[in-house]
Design a protein. Sequence first.
Length: 298
Amino acid sequence: MTRDRKALYLGISAVLLWSTAATAFKLALRDLDVFQLVAWSVSASAIALLVIVCWQGQQSQLWSSLRERPGYFFLLAGINPLLYYLVLLHAYALLPAQQAQTINYTWAITLALLAVPLLGQRMGRRDVLAVVLGYSGVVIIATQGQPFSMQFSSLTGVVLALGSTLVWAFYWILNTRNKGDPVVSLCLNFLLATPAAWLVCAVFSTPAIGGTSGLLAALYVGLFEMGITFAMWASALRLTTSVARIGNLIFLSPLFSLVLIATVLEEAIHPATLVGLALIIPGVLLQQAGASAAPRDA
């Protein structure tokens, strides 16, 4: 098998797994609260990433990276996974899955906005059009097709979903200063975040869970939304001779996700969601044209 074919298979597999995230979040939140889900899933992801790092023989890089820049990695860990998933999962707890995942998909547009004050970048006409398209789609989705009414099913949920894009974009800007192996760095983030996630859970909830279904859902989220899937995506990007071709696969994720939301969660997909997505995807494509951005599931 050629490197490009292997990269394609890994990329498609990662996108398919990320497409299950919205459904998995909602299923897990039926049995767990947000704090429990974050604690259990972050722990599962940390273990999975540690196994991958050890299997690749890179475990020595964990300590050397932390010793070289401890404050930097503690900050990254606090932002992602801890803050990011606390904000995102609270949005999922308040909104229908189709709304939360589609709004979260605008993170790339948020990144373009955040890069102006933090990186000194200038916004061109293409960026402005991307912002208009993307956030018009958000308003249409959030108001279920009645943008002029400005009546939201959950204004708090919408604010949190948009907030998650801000957290992720800020994390990605900070992460551009990290020149280490991406899987090693993410493993370190999750290892450092695990104790904090359990502390937050102990303060605001309880680590105890009632049954196995919630635990299994949390483990699935940790393994296939956070940990293993990212390693597959990183491997695909390393193997391919065309990063753009692999990167464009991520645009399949929200479409596959809506199919799962409709069939598994039995959410009726509102026409406004499709209209909003039809605005958001071109907006993201415009923003990413000629730019390099990290993939993110929704």
